[in-house]
Design a protein around this ligand. Structure first.
Ligand code: SAH
Length: 375
């Protein structure tokens, strides 16, 4: 295996030389490495660096380490004792060499991630597979005390493009709407909730986001049946009108028959999914403040992402105001003007972190239309 050095954040490691003929993402490489996930690793490094001393996890498991990059960055850049696991011996040999070269005392474990997570507890468990985390989430919930971090790169099943695969993996019904990225994030969160609450534990999202080809969750688990009940109370459905862009959110384990709040027409239920907040404003504020002293791969992009997340309304959907303007046969105004007009009319309004033409608001659809028709 030919190796080449790469630097990500403050960490320099060796990764397999890219094969220019291979498809992307490089699922068939001898050891998996994807530079496009740098911002996901950055976010975890920054989050762990930002926790107050009493909140820092005692140790951290990189359950699917591959080159070891994620775990090695946590060890070197966040100063937390790290265990890296993988079922591939080739991957582990590379991870071990990468850690040794940097003089980091990282524990290397060879085996199945589910077996390890079923037998040991870690202050933070990170599931960063290639594809779906669904087969690993149950064991990860049992191992994580209290932090659980999860990546999913199977956005097509999560977002409704591969409907049946999404239903099989996440026991939820997605729909390919204009807000499909948010649906994917919230279906994954809803799935993790179901895996957690059966153990009489709840969860609090610290910083969760959707990017082009993946979803990333940073969660803190809480012990106790009442925490689990509070968490379960945030599960519900988005009811999307079949005839117009109107939609409603309703909590509950079963979808109710909810008419479109805009036109009264029939709706289709999307979910079950998470209807609560996707981040903790204090945690994200501290993360942003920590950017100044961290050496990250995607610092400016992460700064923009955190700023958007901090300002984002917790609604589970958005309106694509370009789509609405098109329905009205109008050319769309700048997004800043739309947000300002909604706020002036007494509503709350924000952007969404994952799409440039997304408007989140508590205003009804008619008010959105009114905003777009103003001169
Ligand atoms: N977290 C890595 C990417 C992981 S790619 C990064 O940041 O770059 C997925 C890895 O999971 C592969 O190395 C694969 O060998 C490993 N893997 C797949 N199934 C596994 C299992 N059941 N237990 C442990 N490792 C597994």
């Amino acid at each position: 295996m030919d190796l080449v050095p790469v630097t990500e954040g403050a960490t320099r490691i060796l990764v397999p030389a890219p094969d220019p003929t291979a498809p992307f993402p490089p699922g068939a490489a001898p050891v998996f490495y994807n530079p496009r996930m740098a911002i996901s690793r950055d976010a975890t490094v920054l989050l762990l660096r930002s926790l107050a001393p009493g909140d820092r996890p005692a140790d951290y498991l990189d359950a699917m380490g591959a080159t070891g990059l994620r775990g090695i960055r946590i060890a070197g850049e966040a100063g937390i004792p790290v265990t890296i696991n993988d079922r591939s011996r080739r991957a582990l040999a590379l991870a071990r060499a990468n850690a040794a070269r940097l003089g980091l005392a990282v524990e290397i474990v060879h085996g199945d991630a589910n077996a390890l997570m079923s037998s040991r507890r870690f202050g933070a468990v990170d599931l960063d597979p290639f594809g779906s985390p669904a087969p690993f989430t149950d064991a990860a919930c049992r191992s994580a005390r209290p932090y659980l971090f999860v990546t999913a790169t199977d956005t097509a099943p999560l977002c409704g493009a591969h409907l049946r695969a999404g239903m099989r993996r996440y026991w939820a019904r997605p729909m390919n709407t204009e807000y499909h990225a948010e649906v994917g994030l919230r279906i994954l969160l809803g799935f993790v909730v179901r895996e957690v609450v059966k153990y009489d534990r709840g969860l609090v999202p610290l910083c969760c986001f959707a990017r082009a080809h993946f979803v990333r969750l940073h969660l803190r688990l809480q012990d106790g049946a009442s925490a689990a009940d509070r968490t379960l109370a945030r599960i519900g459905f988005v009811h999307q009108c079949r005839a117009c862009p109107g939609r409603a959110e309703k909590t509950g384990l079963l979808p109710e028959s909810v008419p479109c709040p805009s036109c009264g027409g029939a709706t289709a239920a999307i979910g079950p999914l998470w209807l609560g907040e996707i981040g903790d404003p204090d945690v994200m504020r501290t993360m942003r403040a920590g950017l100044a002293t961290a050496t990250l791969a995607e610092g400016p992009a992460l700064d923009r992402l955190l700023a958007l997340l901090a300002a984002e309304l917790p609604t589970a959907t958005h309106y694509d105001y370009h789509v609405l303007a098109k329905r009205l046969g109008l050319s769309p105004p700048p997004i800043g003007a739309v947000l300002a007009r909604l706020e002036k009319a007494g509503y709350r309004a924000s952007r969404a972190h994952y799409a440039g033409t997304a408007v989140k608001t508590d205003a009804p659809l008619e008010e959105m239309y009114g905003t777009l028709t103003l001169p």
